[in-house]
Design a protein around this ligand. Structure first.
Ligand SMILES: [Zn+2]
Length: 278
């Protein structure tokens, strides 16, 4: 790895917005580094073969020909993938999914979504939406979600939801990890929000596990860094929801880095294919 840099994704209504920010970032990096190919991964409904983002509610994108736009900007091949499927691919190649014929990778951060990985390949589904459990409604009278519905799993069981809900009640802007620490220290509001987050995540995990019957469920994304404060109560919550005894939950070996590693793998694989290797 040459260099790693974090940039905050603009909100959908910011100026410059997420697309303008991404375009200037890719233009700059291609000009400076002159890569053979670029990998970009995006949340939402992503059609990998043609590089079109059909829908990404958190970014405000619909039917966006992202690969064509970025290639037009840079004259460099740009492979567009789905952030969580790419994360699952990275865990399959170099993480907790190695040598697992079938596993589920659940990424929990700003949103929550899953990749179903079979024989090393993330399953895309007929409409590029396999594993998109984040917008299933679990509280019909709950908080408004970016997708327009109320009470989606994402409005309760994500790092963003934990931080936002704590701020709404207490007026204090804390990162999710800080809310988790306060929950551990006896803050009753933080405790309730964290318990409800775990319960929402457990519903997603149990549903996916019952549907797919995988070898293992790998939990990644920013919230997975909460470690044992997440995993022990999550296992208990899954058992209370009637999960099969075979349900095994482990942390992602690549931590919250699986997504961008997956983006790099997509670009590497494209180069391999272009060179005629397998
Ligand atoms: Zn939603």
């Amino acid at each position: 790895m040459l260099e790693m840099r974090y940039e905050k994704t603009p909100r959908r209504d910011d100026r410059p917005g997420p697309l303008e920010h991404l375009r200037s970032l890719v233009r700059h990096e291609v000009a400076v580094r002159q890569p053979r190919a670029v990998g970009v991964v995006v949340p939402g409904q992503v059609e990998e073969p043609n590089g079109i983002v059909r829908g990404a509610s958190n970014l405000g994108w619909r039917d966006l020909e992202l690969s064509r736009i970025l290639r037009g900007d840079t004259n460099c091949p740009v492979v567009v993938g789905h952030d969580v499927r790419a994360g699952g691919l990275a865990e399959a190649r170099a993480g907790a999914g190695r040598s697992k014929p079938c596993f589920i990778f659940v990424a929990i951060g700003t949103g929550i979504a899953a990749a179903i990985v079979v024989d090393g390949r993330p399953w895309t589904g007929a409409h590029a939406q396999a594993g998109e459990v984040g917008h299933l409604v679990i509280r019909p009278d709950g908080d408004l979600c970016a997708c327009g519905r109320r009470g989606c799993i994402e409005t309760v069981g994500t790092a963003a939801a934990v931080a936002r809900r704590y701020a709404a009640i207490t007026g204090r802007q804390l990162a999710a990890q800080q809310v988790v620490e306060r929950a551990q220290a006896g803050d009753a509001v933080a405790r309730t929000i964290w318990d409800e987050a775990i319960s929402a995540i457990a519903q997603a995990v149990v549903l996916l596990h019952a549907t797919v019957d995988p070898d293992v469920v790998v939990i990644g994304g920013g919230l997975s860094m909460a470690g044992s404060t997440l995993f022990a109560p999550l296992r208990d919550a899954c058992q209370r929801l009637g999960a099969a005894p075979e349900l095994e939950i482990v942390g992602a070996e690549l931590g919250d880095a699986a997504g961008w590693r997956g983006a790099a793998i997509l670009a590497w694989d494209w180069i391999d294919d272009a060179l005629g290797h397998d």
